[in-house]
Design a protein. Structure first.
Length: 266
């Protein structure tokens, strides 16, 4: 529901970074030929196609060829992780995920423009009716990281994006190798998050399988124990950074951003 250059959100963050780190080059990713398309694509463009488009943009930018830092907000966090896993050239150096849903999200739907708007209501109904049907998976972004702990088998079999990048159907060694090449993987969790369910997904935790009450941290998931993505090895090497910030989803102060996030970009 956002766009690359909205002066109140992504555009604001871009200006903040440029102001605080003089001479830095910031590319705010636009998917589509204008801001309306960019916003619509955040709801309706297959995430795998979005990732391919971003990989092309990064490869075509001569200023990034020596490597770059990536920062994604909300669903942008897991989308950029897919970029790290699938597109090692140019190399991503650090990945900063601000409220990204790395184990997916379920029950509810992140706030979108005009909370009462018919688009949001339609998307919620569609997700409830058939998040794992082929048509919904291919045309509704939020379905592609919809992770229902009561339907784990459906999720593993039919999720066309998240189940793939989380190695739920087998091990893609290239994904693992590429992610492990990061210097740091920074994950920010909002401690009072009312939009991501469960909020611990922002630190790669999730519900215990088969129910939707009790959660487990990343270190107790099979993803970590079997080290399917290399996260256990990265954790032991000090490459994973877990940050908590008070506030609801994407609510943070400029001061927090300056002192906590900017050092990873310098």
């Amino acid at each position: 529901g956002d766009s690359c250059c909205n002066p109140l959100s992504m555009g604001y963050v871009q200006k903040l970074v440029e102001k605080k780190i003089p001479g830095i080059y910031v590319l705010s990713l636009k998917i589509g030929s204008n801001l309306i398309q960019d916003m619509e694509n955040s709801f309706f463009m297959n995430v795998n196609d979005q990732v391919r488009e971003v990989c092309s943009q990064l490869a075509a930018d001569p200023r990034l060829k020596g490597g770059y830092n990536a920062m994604g907000f909300s669903q942008g966090g897991q989308f950029l992780r897919a970029v790290a896993q699938r597109c090692p050239s140019p190399p991503m150096l650090n990945l900063i995920s601000v409220g990204g849903q790395h184990q997916g999200s379920v029950y509810g739907f992140p706030r979108c423009p005009g909370e009462s708007s018919h688009v949001c209501d339609w998307i919620r109904k569609t997700l409830d009716l058939g998040a794992y049907t082929k048509a919904v998976q291919e045309h509704l972004v939020q379905a592609e990281y919809w992770h229902d702990p009561l339907k784990e088998e459906d999720y593993r079999k039919n999720s066309i994006f998240l189940a793939d990048i989380n190695q739920e159907r087998g091990i893609n060694e290239t994904y693992k190798k590429n992610l492990m090449a990061l210097k740091k993987f920074v994950m920010v969790k909002f401690l009072n998050d009312t939009m991501v369910d469960p909020p611990v997904s922002e630190w790669f935790g999730f519900y215990k399988s088969g129910q939707a009450k009790e959660t487990v941290p990343l270190q107790e998931t099979s993803l970590y124990k079997e080290d399917r993505l290399g996260l256990q090895e990265m954790d032991k090497a000090g490459k994973l950074v877990f940050l908590g910030v008070k506030g609801d989803h994407l609510h943070f102060s400029e001061e927090w951003f300056d002192t906590t996030i900017l050092p990873f970009l310098q």
